[in-house]
Design a protein around this ligand. Structure first.
Ligand SMILES: NC(=O)c1ccc[n+]([C@@H]2O[C@H](COP(=O)([O-])OP(=O)(O)OC[C@H]3O[C@@H](n4cnc5c(N)ncnc54)[C@H](O)[C@@H]3O)[C@@H](O)[C@H]2O)c1
Length: 249
């Protein structure tokens, strides 16, 4: 029961990483409200300041406060290059992926301050570290999230509110369903995630476990950090063992 007595909000809760995190946080004793456009406990557009503020205020009022905010909702916008994406594409992707978490920090922090602290977590991505893991706007939006948690942590100095991000690698969820389906149809599922040292894609629970750590008091000194959970994908330049006459152990 690592979250006993805590009140948490998770956005993007109807699917994938958000859904797995809601289940895990509940198992660990938290009161959790899952929010999504549809299919979760409450409906909320995580990219709208008014909707995010209303969600946070309502949950804090109903449950006597707020301890954990997981701003996880996101959209990929597909794999279109920057020469194909329109201004509208950019605006919507940045609205949901970047402005959404910024508004979550802005409106969750005052409630957490009343509790004497809290944990805010945003889902970034390895796409935010370097190119090659998503479309142009998505990549930029996730790089911004990594920066956002640093400025959030800094601007909440002295509040005991920690602000961190998680950078997942490839995870099988609604967002990546088309990739997995195509690979399965072609019989090349083993190629998914094979570029990372673990040689596989990840599961939503593996990101939920990272969120649990950051949400819990075990991460009491982890702040302004982007925790990479990608099987080691981003730890190395592309490296072909066989080309160097080497084999893995
Ligand atoms: N799956 C991956 O490989 C991967 C890798 C890195 C980062 N991520 C990030 O993980 C987060 C969760 O995505 P997922 O992989 O679980 O995908 P998912 O599609 O399974 O879940 C995302 C959820 O967010 C919801 N959502 C989208 N726009 C919303 C909005 N405006 N308001 C409220 N909810 C909204 C969707 O309805 C969906 O239920 C996203 O931020 C995504 O960018 C995913």
């Amino acid at each position: 029961m690592r979250l006993e007595g805590k009140v948490a909000i998770v956005t993007g809760a109807a699917s994938g990483i958000g859904k797995a995190t809601v289940d895990l946080f509940r198992k660990e004793g938290a009161t959790v409200v899952g929010a999504d456009l549809k299919g979760a406990d409450v409906e909320c557009d995580a990219g709208s300041e008014a909707a995010v503020k209303a969600l946070i205020d309502e949950v804090a009022d109903k449950h006597g406060g707020l301890d954990i905010m997981f701003a996880n909702a996101g959209i990929s916008g597909g794999l279109a290059s920057m020469f194909e994406q329109t201004e509208d594409d950019w605006t919507e992707i940045l609205r949901v992926n970047t402005i959404g978490p910024a508004m979550a920090i802005k409106h969750a922090a005052p409630h957490m301050q009343k509790r004497g602290g809290g944990s805010i977590i945003a889902t970034a991505s390895v796409a935010g570290l370097r190119s090659g893991a998503g479309g142009a706007a998505y990549t930029a939006s996730k790089a911004a999230v990594i920066n956002l948690v640093k400025i959030g942590a800094q601007q909440l100095t002295g509040s005991n509110i920690r602000v961190n991000a998680i950078c997942p690698g490839l995870i099988e969820t609604g967002m990546t369903e088309f990739v997995y389906e195509r690979a399965r149809a072609k019989g090349i599922e083993d190629k998914l995630g094979h570029l990372n040292p673990m040689k596989r894609g990840g599961e939503p629970i593996e990101i939920a476990n990272a969120a649990l750590f950051l949400a819990s008091d075990e991460a009491s000194y982890v702040n302004g950090h982007a925790l990479v959970v990608d099987g080691g994908l981003s730890s190395s330049h592309p490296f072909n063992l066989q080309a160097y006459g080497r084999t893995a152990i």
